[in-house]
Write a protein that binds this ligand. Structure first.
Ligand SMILES: [Zn+2]
Length: 80
């Protein structure tokens, strides 16, 4: 067991992320696919993640926002 990859998360996990953040990552992947379907393929992942971590967008939830920020910071593709 080791700590979750996210800097401020100290939950122990056998995977890269703890269960909370792993679930959030899955939700982000699903959400991005829905977003692309709704707005067209021209919508970038960066734009998708940026609007999620917008502080006024409280509906996304803290775990989601933390994972979104991590993906943005490390330039990780949701579905390469
Ligand atoms: Zn975590």
């Amino acid at each position: 067991m080791s700590e979750c990859t996210l800097d401020d998360c100290f939950n122990l996990t056998q995977d890269k992320f703890c269960t909370h953040h792993l679930l959030s990552l899955e939700n982000l992947k699903t959400g991005f696919l829905k977003w692309k379907k709704a707005y067209g393929r021209s919508i970038s992942q960066k734009k998708y993640l940026t609007q999620l971590i917008d502080t006024e967008n409280m509906s996304s939830g803290l775990y989601i926002q933390e994972v979104a920020a991590y993906l943005l910071k490390n330039k990780i593709e949701l579905n390469a």
